[in-house]
Ligand binder design. Structure first.
Ligand code: GUN
Ligand code: ZN
Length: 398
């Protein structure tokens, strides 16, 4: 017997269309409702219409609350959950002093299991139902992450982080090891309970050509896995990449040479992008994870949003914990707004743009727009219900 439908009554907001390019992107139902059954959206609209069309539905009266689509974080590092807040450094020093020592601790799978549970709990507490997760350098730590995500029903894509140079020895594998561990993780977790695998070289600086070759091989062998990495975050990093790959015209060309730029590729940051890189990203249908809290925290720079829009490059929000300042996608969206205000040619963003960047844009970047990101009937019932505490300013504004 199929489960009885439920009618969730509250103010419902979602952005099934792209506000940067389309009219009427924001759908608002002030006294609204979602009709759901078996974890799927059956209908979305005004409560009065939905309740008279579905008299047998079980009504959950959440008036005074706002229902939004579950947030989608397109760039977040699970091993960095415990090290948020390392102040005072730019990217390469922060990696050396804060991130990498903690990432070495993921070699202890008992500790990795604790961090994985804390990480998945933090996503859920912040209303994030889907995430593209930068993994750990150790296979056992990745198992902990996928198992925690499966148990909690959080949809993630993630993968073993590849490095074979520059980083401390415990964080390095050979390309052969990276290939073997990835194949094993793909066989065990890719497609299981909504989880997917993402091929994940840390950044070009810590990958040899042999390692990038392995990335390309994995993508060719498994066309439905994702690809994620970092790009164009910091001027010192970019100069070092130029020195390490003197044959490459720019940073993106290093990845491109190995077949890593495609519609399932998500490049984090891209703060210092050239026009040639933007047009190649657009041509390939690749996406950028925009992480404004991290960009401010590490002093990386301000995201050139206007140039991404003009170039037709897709982008969505990511928290980039632990360089980012926390798991909250609403805070990330606010920072995104504020950083654009600081640029002379910043994009004037509305709350509709911000909701879109925290939800539907992420679904597009991760190839999940048929599954999540808004409340179109047929999609998964991924939602967050926000109810301000009584007596707070937010409650007063509702
Ligand atoms: N580039 C390479 N590794 C990292 C990382 O852990 N965080 C950020 N923000 N950039 C990186
Ligand atoms: Zn990152």
């Amino acid at each position: 017997m199929s489960p009885a439908p439920e009618l969730l009554r509250a103010t419902v907001l979602h952005t099934p269309r792209n506000p940067f390019t389309e009219e009427n992107a924001l759908h608002v139902h002030t006294d609204g409702a979602l009709l759901i059954a078996g974890g799927r959206i059956l209908d979305t609209g005004d409560y009065a219409a939905l309740s008279s069309a579905n008299p047998d539905a079980l009504v959950r009266d959440w008036r005074g609350s706002v229902i939004l689509p579950g947030f989608i974080d397109t760039h977040v590092h699970f091993p960095q959950t415990h090290i948020i807040g390392g102040l005072g450094w730019g990217l390469l020093d922060w990696l050396r002093l804060h991130a990498l020592p903690e990432e070495e601790r993921m070699g202890d799978w008992v500790y990795a299991g604790v961090v994985a549970r804390d990480f998945i709990r933090a996503l859920a507490r912040h209303g994030t139902t889907t995430a593209l997760v930068f993994g750990a350098h150790f296979g056992e730590a990745m198992e902990c992450l996928f198992q925690s995500a499966c148990a909690a029903g959080i949809r993630i894509a993630s993968g073993l982080v590849f490095s074979d140079r520059l980083l401390p020895a415990p964080l390095c594998q050979t390309p052969e090891q990276a290939y073997r561990i990835s194949r094993d993780l793909i066989a065990r977790f890719h497609g299981r309970g909504g989880q997917r695998y993402a091929v994940t070289p840390r950044f070009a600086l810590s990958a040899s050509e042999g390692m990038l070759e392995v990335c390309g091989t994995l993508l060719r062998e498994q066309p439905d896995v994702l690809f994620q990495t970092h790009i164009n975050e910091n001027p010192r990093e970019i100069a070092d990449v130029r020195a390490a790959f003197p044959w490459a015209e720019n940073y993106l060309a290093v990845y491109d040479r190995f077949g890593l730029t495609g519609p399932r590729s998500v490049f984090a940051h891209n703060v210092h992008a050239s026009d040639a890189e933007l047009s190649r990203l657009a041509e390939a249908g690749a996406s950028v994870a925009h992480c404004p809290c991290s960009n401010a925290m590490l002093g990386s720079g301000i995201f050139p949003m206007r140039r991404h829009l003009a170039g037709g490059v897709r982008f969505a929000l990511g928290t980039d914990v632990g360089a980012g300042t926390g798991f909250g996608m609403l805070k990330e969206a606010l920072q995104c707004y504020m950083m654009q205000r600081l640029l002379p040619d910043g994009v004037p963003l509305s709350s509709t743009h911000l909701l879109y960047l925290a939800t539907r844009a992420g679904a597009d970047a991760l190839g999940l727009s048929d599954e999540t990101g808004d409340f179109t009937p047929g999609k998964s019932a991924d939602l967050v219900c926000l109810r301000p505490a009584e007596g707070t300013p937010l409650a007063g504004a509702m």
